[in-house]
Write a protein that binds this ligand. Structure first.
Ligand SMILES: [Ca+2]
Length: 407
């Protein structure tokens, strides 16, 4: 494919000195423009857009997603060629003849328009913040309805696929994959990482500080397997229906994907897959490049500040690593899996997994005296102010983070 040739050429240029980057970008844009003129793709697609800030999300009638992010005064594409993302549904294990997909550019997860590309059924915006696209999987009587939604201002957007079986028969060993040739902040190269605790496959750019971008399984829909590697490897793994659960920590032309599995799908039943795609503040991800431990805190208690209507948290930090375990030193943060009904009043930033954090280093060091949380040591930190809409909201997802500074 001509798109691949262009991509490879530019990879070589990317490895040269940073001074070339501006001209590389210019060449890319020019070549992309030429491609769009030559290919019938642009003329036949009907693209709907959620015009948010900082995220602007576009979806064509095949369900292909493109994202740009407002970064300062610039609007930057977050995938290669702005829309190099794709999804694929496997109705019979890894059998390619039962695979149907979408995707464009370097992340097209289909081979032939008439045989294995999703067929558009409907495409609409129920409101200004969501795009719903129904797709048919060949002649199998299965419809995939994709819902892309965004809450303006958030650093992430939501993805939901409802896979409905109206075929008259049952399917077994189903798989669904979604991913993209990522280009966070317009940078096509990055390093790959996996956050097991948050079910997030993510990349960090080589900028200083780096930019974080990640895809996570959410709700009752944690991904079974993940993959992050050179874009061609990830695209191929997606087309084969087997993600190897690996990431590439070296600097490369990064892409990532998640895969979900379902044992069976009876006639008349539907299977729902949900995910979120995240971006994190540059400063926070720069600080958090050397996280050494993220542990649940078993003792987080809250007392109500009646005057402000907020709560003050008391966190007990304890090094449970046992004799011979690591001593934990500053900085110390307390992180929270936030939502609109539960969040810090004044967070200091976001972790790579999107959780809010507050820096509690001064309080911890004051309590420790020697600056070192040795195995068996325990300190108590008060006055972590949090907003909770419903005081009965469970807080089990609050946890603490320890890190050592990057040398
Ligand atoms: Ca890339």
């Amino acid at each position: 494919m001509s798109g691949n040739i262009e991509h490879q050429t530019l990879n070589i240029e990317h490895r040269t000195a940073g001074v070339l980057r501006c001209s590389v970008r210019y060449v890319r844009c020019t070549m992309l423009g030429a491609l769009l003129v030559l290919l019938p793709l642009a003329a036949t697609t009907q693209t709907l857009q959620i015009s948010g800030d900082p995220l602007r999300i576009s979806v064509d009638e095949y369900g292909t997603i493109g994202v740009t992010r407002q970064e300062g005064t610039e609007t930057r594409p977050q995938f290669y060629s702005a829309f190099a993302t794709g999804s694929a549904l496997f109705l019979d294990g890894t059998n390619a003849s039962s695979r149907f997909g979408n995707g464009t550019s370097t992340f097209a997860l289909w081979d032939d328009e008439s045989t294995d590309r999703f067929t558009p059924v409907s495409h609409s915006m129920p409101d200004a913040w969501s795009i719903e696209t129904a797709l048919r999987a060949g002649q199998r009587g299965v419809v995939v309805t994709q819902l892309v939604s965004y809450v303006n201002g958030n650093p992430f957007f939501s993805l939901q696929w409802t896979i409905a079986n109206g075929s008259g028969v049952s399917f077994n060993n189903l798989r669904f994959v979604h991913g993209g040739d990522v280009s966070p902040s317009g940078e096509d190269v990055a390093t790959g990482h996996w956050g097991a605790g948050s079910n997030t496959v993510y990349v960090l750019t080589t900028n200083d500080p780096p930019v974080f971008m990640g895809l996570k399984g959410v709700g009752g829909s944690l991904a079974d397997t993940h993959h992050e590697a050179h874009f061609q490897l990830v695209r191929n793994a997606c087309k084969w229906g087997t993600l190897p659960d690996t990431v590439d920590a070296s600097i490369h032309d990064a892409a990532y994907a998640l895969q979900w599995r379902s044992e069976s799908l009876a006639n008349g039943a539907s299977w729902q897959v949900t995910a979120e795609e995240w971006w994190a503040g540059e400063v926070a991800s720069g600080v958090f490049t050397n996280v050494t431990a993220m542990l649940m805190s078993p003792k987080l208690t809250w007392t109500l500040d009646r005057q402000r209507g907020t709560f003050f948290g008391t966190l007990t930090l304890r090094n449970d690593s046992g004799a011979g375990g690591p001593a934990l030193t500053e900085p110390f943060w307390c992180a929270l899996d936030w939502n609109t009904e539960r969040r810090y009043v004044t967070p200091d930033g976001h972790l790579p997994n999107g959780h809010e954090y507050v820096d509690i280093t001064p309080q911890v060091n004051a309590a420790l005296g020697d600056g070192s949380l040795d195995p068996g040591d325990q300190v108590v930190v008060n006055d972590i102010e949090v907003y909770i809409r419903d005081r009965t909201e469970p807080l089990e997802s609050a946890f603490s983070v320890w890190s050592t500074r990057t040398p």
